[in-house]
Ligand binder design. Structure first.
Ligand code: ATP
Ligand code: MG
Length: 393
């Protein structure tokens, strides 16, 4: 492809583009691209209603593509060649691309955003039809193997054959911050991904049963947060020990699990205040395990004042599992782990009563338990230098 320069052209999701906050969103998206692609060689530029990532000769295209595919707020992107905006260069670049891809048939599209260009889109297509036939590629509009796109602007023309779907959604951070209750299981990492997809920046909170925070921070939980950093870099994680709660809840019998969830939500609410987060996210779905009933959910969340999002509420386990595999968290999630909820879940109450939960919580002085537990918590802060790695504080 000689002197032609390669670039990625990223398109925004259309919905939010029309809103009044357009510039804020684009700024956020650019910031996210810069942090997710840290270490890659590219130059980010505004390009009309798109973004251009200009590549160097030594840019790692495959690595950049796989990272861009995970960034929310990009609906699609193209891997394009930039050439001079004249018909000679457009034709020669198109021919080279067609030869390179080896397709026998092609559908040709042309678009001219710069009306000063003396060829209109039909003229461009006609020239390209002739050029394609010359090299033995059949131009057609049905049953084609590949598509060729040409887009002409004032300063350059873009030629590409590869249009790739992005993750869609909203730029992470554009909807605010959330506290994700992260367990060692399959569901909550998937819930975190959906929250990020809708523009929430996650801060993770994990409650563990180890004798030290260090052990929890060295466990698979930090590996899960590292995998999730593919979708949003720079997220912190709180590790809170459960032993103070467990001592207090010893006499709560079948209500222990409901109380544990209520404890976790209270912790999340306190951390939300500290972090300036607006809501809590959990991986609960309805009826997936015996304890996930609407009565229990109501009892657990009573007294919590900020919204609790449950992105997986209507998903069944098969759907969640498939998504976890796509996200890359499944393998870690199925590794053995003694989650505090599974330790406590022998024959749990399934129709918890709000007033009983309140009584039990008051009896064990839940507020104090939350305060003391948080005092014993550790936070793993994101290591900005390592793009997603975590440094212990
Ligand atoms: P998961 O697969 O996410 O563990 P689950 O189907 O096992 O979910 P539960 O164990 O009832 O269901 O947990 C429901 C939700 O409670 C989790 O998705 C998570 O948001 C939160 N949660 C459970 N255990 C913990 C924990 N140890 N620390 C923080 N949050 C937790
Ligand atoms: Mg679980």
């Amino acid at each position: 492809m000689g002197a032609n320069k390669k670039l990625l052209i990223a398109h925004f999701g259309e919905l939010w583009l029309r809103g009044r906050n357009r510039n804020v969103y684009i700024k956020m998206l650019k910031k996210n691209i810069m942090s997710q692609l840290k270490g890659e060689r590219f130059r980010l530029e505004d390009m009309y209603d798109r973004l251009a990532l200009r590549l160097d000769a030594d840019s790692d295209l495959n690595s950049i593509k796989s990272k861009i595919s995970n960034i929310f707020g990009i609906s699609a992107y193209e891997v394009a060649y930039s050439t001079k905006p004249d018909i000679k260069h457009i034709v020669s670049t198109s021919k080279a691309l067609l030869k390179e891809c080896g397709a026998k048939s092609v559908r040709i599209h042309a678009h001219r955003s710069y009306k000063g260009f003396k060829f209109n889109s039909m003229d461009i297509i006609r020239r390209l039809v002739v050029a394609a036939e010359k090299i033995g590629v059949d131009p057609c509009i049905k049953d084609f193997e590949k598509e060729l796109y040409v887009s002409v602007t004032k300063d350059e023309a873009f030629v590409y054959m590869e249009r790739i779907r992005g993750s869609g959604g909203l730029p992470v951070g554009s909807s605010g911050k959330c506290i994700v209750l992260l367990s060692g299981g399959i569901d909550s990492p998937v819930a975190a991904w959906y929250a990020m997809k809708r523009g929430l920046f996650p801060v993770y909170l994990h409650v563990h049963g180890f004798s030290s925070n260090k052990e929890a921070m060295d466990s698979k939980i930090s590996r899960i947060t590292r995998i999730l950093s593919k979708y949003s870099a720079g997220c912190s994680a709180y590790y809170v020990p459960s032993h103070i709660f467990q001592l207090g809840a010893m006499k709560s019998g079948r209500y222990e699990l409901v109380l544990m969830k209520s404890f976790m939500l209270s912790l999340a609410e306190s951390v939300a205040k500290k972090e300036g987060a607006d809501c809590i996210v959990t991986g609960e779905s309805l009826g997936q395990v015996a304890s996930q009933t609407i009565h229990n959910i109501a009892a657990e969340e009573s007294g919590i004042k900020i919204p609790i999002m449950r992105p997986l509420i209507g998903f069944d386990k098969v759907e969640i599992t498939e998504q976890a595999k796509r996200l890359g968290t499944f393998e870690e999630s199925i590794k053995p782990y003694r989650d505090v909820c599974s330790i406590n879940s022998k024959n749990p109450a399934t129709r918890a009563d709000v007033s009983t939960v309140k009584e039990l919580a008051a009896g064990m002085n839940m507020r104090k338990v939350v305060r003391r537990s948080l005092r014993m918590a550790s936070m793993a802060a994101p290591n900005q230098d390592e793009n997603g790695g975590f440094r212990q504080k």
